[in-house]
Ligand binder design. Structure first.
Ligand code: F6R
Length: 367
């Protein structure tokens, strides 16, 4: 039996059971939607919105931005820096998202937001972010603890959608969630570890890209979805990967394949597709694929499922999550630990920067 089809082998490698987060994705979206109702605030409509967060916590902000691009008129910026952009002021809503509640960049932005007297909301599973929410009184949503941040995406992303609705900036989020849950139930069944690789899209894709650096190409509201697939290959599969998006990649990236020669066997490409692509995007992707196929021999497509934008985005995310875990299993690496990130955070603690931020936060909280 292939490793990828042998449940006992899978359990031996996937020690903390990352696969169960993929299988249970529909349940997590339902729970996240219920939980999001607990985020209570009475802020007026902001003139700008900043979502501050890093890695698995920040990506919810990027997904929100893609989801909202042609629906929400208030500009949304995602802040993955130590400080807020200059435009942030009293009428800016800053949503600080950190699963651990301990990420120094996000705490540093929170410090900025308090200084600038922005409207603030927080999402975390505890830690200092939660502590300062209690001390300074800004609304905060506590999400379930004890998971890998990237596995808790529904809990970090869905509350942002409901926040937009509560601010009167959009509507119909509940309907999108219901449809998303249905689409994910299908994806979860079709890609289940119990389904053999011959009839399992994610297992087949993982087998096909094994030994390569996958380049994930998104388009329109699948921009961050492509990034998410890439980061899941990094963090779950411990595999190098890259991502780009149409149409921009047609203006630089494709030239990189022109004389790829000795590199061609190192790469594969995964194109995110949709049944309702606008004609200009569809034609562009087809032409690009054709040109690329001269050097990239392994080109695959992942198609979204569902009608609503959220379902379509989440369906690709879920397929990518499954693929990244199957790729980890094929490579014999445990998908959950992110040793290098942990080591880096420990080393950075020694620099004392975070302590300084916490000292300033404590001063601001006591005012
Ligand atoms: C994802 C992951 C990282 C963290 C990032 C920020 O699983 O481990 O990308 O999300 O280092 O940490 P948090 O999410 O705790 O703010």
């Amino acid at each position: 039996m292939k490793v990828i089809d042998d449940i006992n082998e899978i359990r031996k490698i996937d020690k903390s059971d990352m696969l169960s987060f993929c299988v249970e994705a529909p349940k997590h979206y339902t729970r996240a939607a219920k939980l999001a109702q607990n985020l209570q605030f009475e802020y007026p409509k902001p003139n700008t919105i900043v979502v501050a967060g890093m890695g698995g916590s920040g990506i919810g902000g990027d997904l929100l931005k893609d989801w909202a691009r042609d629906r929400i008129k208030v500009p949304i910026e995602v802040c993955k820096e130590y400080s807020l952009p200059a435009f942030a002021e009293k009428k800016t809503l800053v949503i600080a998202v950190s699963y651990s509640g301990e990420t120094e960049e996000t705490l540093s932005v929170l410090r900025d937001a308090l200084k600038k007297k922005c409207m603030i909301a927080g999402v975390s599973s505890g830690g200092k972010l939660h502590e300062f929410a209690e001390k300074t009184g800004f609304p905060h949503l506590l999400v379930p603890s004890g998971m890998a941040p990237r596995a808790t995406l529904p809990y970090l992303f869905v509350p942002l959608l409901f926040t937009m609705e509560k601010l009167g900036l959009t509507s119909g989020v509940n309907e999108e969630i219901s449809e998303t849950v249905k689409a994910l139930e299908q994806i979860s069944m079709d890609n289940s570890p119990l389904k053999s690789s011959s009839e399992n899209f994610s297992k087949k894709l993982a087998e096909s890209i094994l030994g390569t650096v996958p380049a994930v190409y998104g388009q329109r509201f699948y921009r961050t979805v492509a990034q998410r697939m890439k980061t899941q290959f990094n963090e779950n599969s411990k595999n190098p990967a890259k991502w780009e998006t149409f149409p921009e990649l047609d203006h630089n990236e494709i030239v990189g394949w022109e004389e790829a020669m000795e590199f061609t066997k190192c790469f594969s490409a995964i194109l995110i597709r949709d049944d309702e692509e606008p004609i200009e995007i569809r034609q562009r992707i087809e032409v690009t694929k054709n040109l690329m196929s001269r050097s990239v021999k392994k080109i695959f497509e992942v198609k979204s499922v569902g009608k609503s934008r959220l379902a379509r985005m989440a369906s690709i995310i879920c397929t990518g999550d499954f693929t990244s875990v199957y790729l980890a299993i094929l490579r014999g690496v445990d998908p959950t630990p992110v040793k290098t990130i942990t080591a880096l955070k420990t080393k950075l603690e020694e620099t004392g920067f975070k302590k300084e931020v916490l000292r300033e936060l404590a001063k601001l909280a006591s005012k």
